[in-house]
Design a binder for this molecule. Structure first.
Ligand code: NOJ
Length: 584
């Protein structure tokens, strides 16, 4: 990818809003669209160019809106279509674009397609879903068609008495999977996209898009997953991702809808390999603009153990993973850069230090991420350095994933305290606590009782404090966002990893013609001393940004021997000292 191929979203930063937890305008304890509208000054001050809105469609909210019962309406708790139109207009008036969340691997079991389609095998909407006959000799309801496990626990199949067979749901039974083999269903999806494009949206984030094409066997069945754990059900995602028809479905969507507009599209793609990612986002032969890959998000769990089997992060693993994706997509695609979202714990608690070094480590993580090639995504509150919340017991949790996991793990005999340890570290409620706006009740999120308790540290960590303090995490993000647009090397430079094996320091160069960006990060609370290879010696360096006061000459020269203070991060801009690295 070169400057002539620049798309509008290449030099933007995206801000993800989880509407339920952002701002509540009417005191019902649930965030809403007018609440967002009233807080746009925050986004303008930060300098982001795009908002990705997690689902606001009508929904029974079994999975907080990732279970949609009407793709053409707004959930009443979030507002109305008129509120939505007003939000789009207000964002556009401020030069900010809006990306909708499109959830079309599955819908809600309350969607008329399913509510009616499940009544009879002859109903035209029956074919929008995936059905299977009871396996073997056993009768229903305890002999599902195969051994797949649902993401939110239990079998991925539920028996449907009116039709005498089972429907597939990779997530919860309230989220039946759609059958993309059905041309009428695909046409519905295209029309849903056209509906929102006509309302002015600027793109789509596509939920678990690499799961839509199921691995049908020649016998018309979905094969069993390999047995990797005790019990009747087995994890199935590895079998389902990037199915044989995936690219055909996505290319059809591109031809039908996406290619007629200038959009930001980003597909969520669990377990995607770099090769698969490249196929999905190849600018000529692919279909989407970017991809949320998960490789780095899976580095702090035991292999094969799932997200709850905790393991400390080994920094060289993170660097290697980052480099793999930087290399895979450089010149032939575009990375999305993220460390948090509504499904992940707060990154400052996960990989930083949310105690003494909270501010420094939050800035460091931002610097490490934003210095790479790609479009960065900020999840609401990340720009304040919001941290994980103290979930005392399962009663404090609201997330279907944590609640189901707790029940199942305790039933299997795991000690409740042990299960809670994982949920405290990885549970999705951590990121979903109300946005902290100020030090008033509930952090200024709501005048009512929030649907999920605020993180008690809102009295110290909130937007009003951060915006007033020139040295805050917020202002560090603001500077990163502004800087990336100023320097072509930031946009186009190839990434060269330095000190790949170092266990505390992450360092990399960005290389574009004779320009260089040098990013140095000390991921520890100790001082770190190290030398850099000759290729990292810059001519005429400028310290663009750091998270400690500059030492000595204010960063005008780089030392022969480096010493970084606890959780220190720096970005230098300069020129190549000598011609040791190849061009872009
Ligand atoms: C991924 C979404 O980000 C997550 O929140 C949701 O639970 C699943 N997909 C199912 O839609």
């Amino acid at each position: 990818m070169n400057p002539p191929d620049q798309r509008w979203w290449h030099d933007q930063v995206v801000y993800q809003i989880y509407p339920r937890s952002f701002a509540d305008s009417n005191g019902d304890g649930i965030g809403d669209l007018p609440g967002i509208l009233a807080r746009l000054d925050h986004l303008v001050a930060l300098g982001v160019g795009v908002v990705w809105l997690s689902p606001v469609y009508r929904s029974p909210m079994a999975d907080n809106g990732y279970d949609i019962s009407d793709y053409r309406d707004i959930a009443p708790e979030f507002g109305t279509l008129a509120d939505f139109d007003a939000l789009v207009a207000a964002l556009h008036a401020r030069g900010i674009r809006l990306v909708m969340d499109l959830v079309v691997n599955h819908c809600s079991d309350q969607h008329p397609w399913f509510a009616q389609g499940r009544q009879s095998r002859d109903h035209p909407w029956h074919g929008y879903f995936i059905w299977g006959e009871p396996a073997g000799d056993g009768g229903p309801p305890n002999h599902p068609p195969n051994n797949w496990e649902a993401c939110f626990n239990g079998p991925a199949w539920t028996f449907n008495p009116p039709t005498g067979d089972y429907f597939l749901h990779l997530f919860s039974p309230q989220q039946p999977d759609l059958d993309w083999r059905c041309p009428a269903l695909r046409a519905e999806v295209h029309n849903i996209q056209r509906f929102w494009l006509a309302r002015g949206v600027d793109g789509f984030r596509m939920d678990v898009i690499n799961l839509i094409a199921k691995p049908w066997g020649d016998d018309g069945r979905l094969p069993d997953a390999p047995v990797v754990q005790p019990g009747p059900v087995q994890p199935a995602f590895a079998l389902v991702v990037h199915g044989p028809q995936l690219m055909a479905y996505l290319r059809e969507m591109r031809a039908e809808v996406l290619s007629h507009h200038d959009l930001l599209t980003v597909g969520e793609a669990p377990l995607a390999t770099p090769a698969q990612g490249r196929e999905i986002i190849d600018p000529d032969t692919g279909a989407l603009g970017m991809l949320f890959q998960f490789e780095h998000m899976d580095l702090d769990c035991q292999p094969g153990g799932g997200k709850w089997a905790l393991k400390p992060l080994h920094l060289p693993d993170l660097k290697a993973s980052m480099q793999r994706w930087q290399d895979a997509l450089h010149g032939r695609g575009w990375n999305s850069l993220y460390l948090g979202n509504h499904d992940q714990p707060r990154v400052v608690s996960r990989w930083g230090d949310d105690g003494r070094w909270r501010v420094h480590s939050a800035k460091l993580l931002a610097t490490w991420l934003h210095g790479q090639q790609g479009t960065p995504y900020i999840y609401q509150g990340e720009e304040l350095g919001m941290s994980n919340t103290p979930l005392a017991s399962i009663d404090d949790c609201r997330d279907i994933e944590s609640i189901n996991h707790f029940r199942a793990a305790v039933q299997r005999g795991q000690a409740p305290a042990e299960v809670m340890r994982s949920i405290r570290a990885k549970g999705r409620d951590n990121a979903r606590t109300p946005m902290a706006w100020d030090a008033s009740a509930h952090g200024g999120f709501s005048t009512g009782t929030p649907w999920l308790a605020s993180n008690p540290n809102f009295t110290d960590i909130n937007a009003a404090q951060a915006r007033a303090d020139g040295d805050s995490v917020f202002h560090h993000y603001r500077q990163l966002i502004a800087l990336r647009r100023l320097h072509p090397v930031w946009l186009w430079g190839r990434t060269v990893q330095l000190l790949a094996e170092h266990e505390q320091v992450a360092a990399y160069l960005r290389v574009w013609q004779d320009r260089r960006l040098l990013v140095l990060c000390n991921f520890s609370a100790e001082h770190q001393c190290f030398d850099l290879p000759a290729e990292a010696v810059l001519q005429a360096p400028t310290l663009l940004l750091g998270n400690w006061p500059a030492e000595g000459d204010g960063g005008a020269s780089v030392p022969a021997h480096w010493r970084l203070r606890p959780w220190e991060a720096r970005i230098y801009l300069g020129c190549a000292a000598r011609d040791t690295t190849a061009g872009p």
